[in-house]
Design a protein. Structure first.
Length: 263
């Protein structure tokens, strides 16, 4: 399995609730790779109608329905950077089909499941990117009414071998600079699959235009009319100053088993 250490070197991480990296061009966020290819979509159509915002105290991440009462997002969205501890699920609201202040449905968080049996103290142990996923249980079965997406359990390397040049990778989320509309980047690319900074578990590096607010947003593979979730966006990294930014995404096999859990 290839290592990404040579590619990344010392990286700067931009989380969904963080600020834009100092020194970045004011009109172009770090998560925009080259041209800004994000576009609006009809949020009443599948799979866009399964995507919403996870809100708390004016901050938000992106989440997507993956079962009747389960929402997939990034784990770091539940870490409160002000109090330096994990927040309880009851303080989060999932707003489905959100657009310009309106939405089709909303639900309250009940609990959330992560890669950890016990939530780690991120003051002492930085969150590893391959573990940056969470499944939020909500108090309404919105998936029964609006549907939910299928999640692949296949190993990520198979996607690159079969699909990286076919132009059918799609990312969708609520970017910080377009906080009130869902935007989609069609035909973006996953450029590498491998380990980050010496970690054992692999991640994806991608070129989809994902910024602050897009954490937890889905990456799909589209085959004909079928959308399959293969990863969620976690953060943006930049190697040396002269090299372009890339997105980090958590491959779906890291969390697919958790979606079958009843707790």
């Amino acid at each position: 399995m290839p290592s990404l250490s040579r590619l990344l070197g010392l990286v700067s991480i931009m989380l969904c609730l963080g600020a834009v990296v100092a020194g970045a061009a004011p009109l172009k966020l770090q998560g925009i790779k080259g041209n800004d290819d994000r576009e609006r979509v009809d949020i009443q159509q599948f799979p866009w109608n399964t995507i919403g915002r996870i809100n708390k105290d004016g901050s938000f991440c992106t989440g997507i329905l993956v079962a009747k009462n389960k929402v997939l997002t990034a784990a770091h969205c539940f870490w409160n950077k002000k109090t330096r501890r994990w927040s309880q699920a009851k303080y989060f609201h999932f707003v489905l089909g959100y657009e310009k202040g309106k939405y089709v449905a909303a639900a309250k968080g009940v609990s959330y499941k992560t890669a950890f049996k016990k939530l780690p103290d991120l003051n002492q142990f930085p969150l590893k990117r391959q573990n940056d996923w969470a499944v939020l249980t909500i108090d309404k079965d919105l998936g029964e009414q609006f549907g939910f997406v299928s999640v692949s359990s296949s190993k990520g390397g198979r996607y690159l071998k079969k699909n990286r040049s076919s132009g059918d990778i799609i990312q969708a989320g609520y970017s910080r600079d377009f906080a009130h509309v869902l935007t989609v980047h069609r035909g973006c690319d996953i450029v590498q699959y491998g380990t980050l900074n010496g970690e054992k578990a692999p991640i994806f590096l991608h070129e989809c235009d994902a910024t602050n607010g897009d954490s937890g947003s889905p990456l799909f593979i589209k085959t004909e009319n079928t959308y399959t979730l293969i990863a969620i966006h976690s953060a943006t990294v930049r190697a040396q100053k002269n090299q372009p930014a890339l997105g980090i995404a958590v491959p779906s096999f890291q969390f697919s088993n958790a979606l079958n859990s009843k707790d």
